[in-house]
Design a protein. Sequence first.
Length: 575
Amino acid sequence: MTKEIPRKKKSLLIVCIVLIVLFILSVFLNVYVFILDNKVSRRSIDVAAKLIGLEFDRQERKMMVEGVERNLSRYDDIRKLALDNPVSPAVAFSPVLPGMNFENKKGGFLLSKSMKIERPENIEDVAFYPVTALAQLIKSRKITSTELTTMYLERLKTYGPKLECVITLTEALALEQAKRADEEIRRGRYRGPLHGIPYGAKDLLATKGIKTTWGAAPYEDQVIDMDATVVERLREAGAVLVAKLSMGALAMGDVWFGGKTKNPWNLEQGSSGSSAGSASATAAGLVGFAIGTETWGSIVSPCTRCRVTGLRPTYGRVSRYGAMTLSWSMDKIGPICRSVEDCAIVFNAIAGPDGKDLTLVDLPFRWDPGMKLKDLRIGYFKTAFEEDTVRVDKHEMVLETMRSLGVDLIPVELPDFPVNSLAFILSAESAAAFDDLTRSNRDDLLVRQTKNAWPNSFRTSRLIPAVEYIQANRARRLLMEQMHEKMKDIDVFLTPSFGGYVLLLTNLTGHPCMVVPIGGDGEGNSVSISFIGRLFQEGKTLAVAKAFQDATDFHLQHPNPEDWSRDEEKSESPE
């Protein structure tokens, strides 16, 4: 017994010593980890290297530490500067390659020969009239702008909530602008075909004294003390702003802080985005026309879903001054209307340099709706038409219609290029545009929080190396050169709007696109066809699209508001 007691004490002492050592090691490890977390180390560089697919040896990592720490300090200095969303990078993208030549001949702006249009007994019957018809009624003073504006305001109040397509009704401003238009027209000062025409603007265009929410909760009460250039130019043309229309939050999809904008043809579908409200309101006859924007499909997609006509102009055609920036090198502004000629009218009013957006190219827009197709070389994206086996009948109808117009369609193939791999150019630029939103954690206020939504995209994009972003833009240059070669013998080509990678490719290269509805596929889905033109050749692109549209009647079809009430009753009735 006397010998066992010291052994127990000794064991207990050893256990205590071990525990103390472990505690000290734990403290040391926590301090070490804290230091690693707050200071660049060779280990953290190794982890970062794996994230970007590189590998550095021990000596290389050791030499990198000081430079990486120095860069971190520089990042902090830059973050102290006020880099608001409109501030653009000192480097600018241009779709123009060396050696490119463009027609600079000043041309006229001709409109189709007008048919005599009488005022209907019920003014609401003109809700779906194209701008060309509304303009005749106003110019001849058969309808006043005030009457037309009041009618559209009432429709916006009645149907806007059902479609969730309106963010702000600009009633007071609209009635004031309509009254001014009527007075000017009465005095003989007619400004042109947009004079007195009510329109809606995608809510990323700044309007002085009126909220510009960007469709996102963090900016729900934002008022920008200026008018966007596009808004100014439409005001100068005499157009009447009746509403700021919904958009997918920060220009993605059709979900915004007030809900999900609906497709007037099928209320069970969203209207697609991000020019969600612009397409929905135009299709529903709530405005005479609307303004949308596109970075990667935001005009083409909602126009397709809502069966309206839209123009995505050449990059560098329409000033983006006063518009929310998503991607400095890809954003474009264009009209969403009920006909191709309407798009030509609106585009003519908003295009051209303003001395503020320095990416703009000063080239004339020549519009002749009677342009002879035989004088143009028209192609079709052969592979895209062949690969879409779901809408064969629709696409065959398109090709046959063009052939019936005397067009000898030329098969066209696009560059064999890893186009989708360049998509992170948009990701990097959008993350920079909304850097403050990410760092302030206000991105938590956005409705969509999935892995494919903006908050996660912005966070993920911060790990894109600057070198890889520059390399991607160098690859983009190669893509532009290859696309230029493909278009040398073609003025315009037709394509299924989402065929292959044509949508991303032409947004990266800056080519214009005219999207035209071709009805439904019989299963509740809408279908469109796109006309892709050469850079700054919107006149020819629109002329081909108009010839097709005049030979069909899809643009004359419109949804019936009575169906919306039946759909609501159906959804509310007990099963």
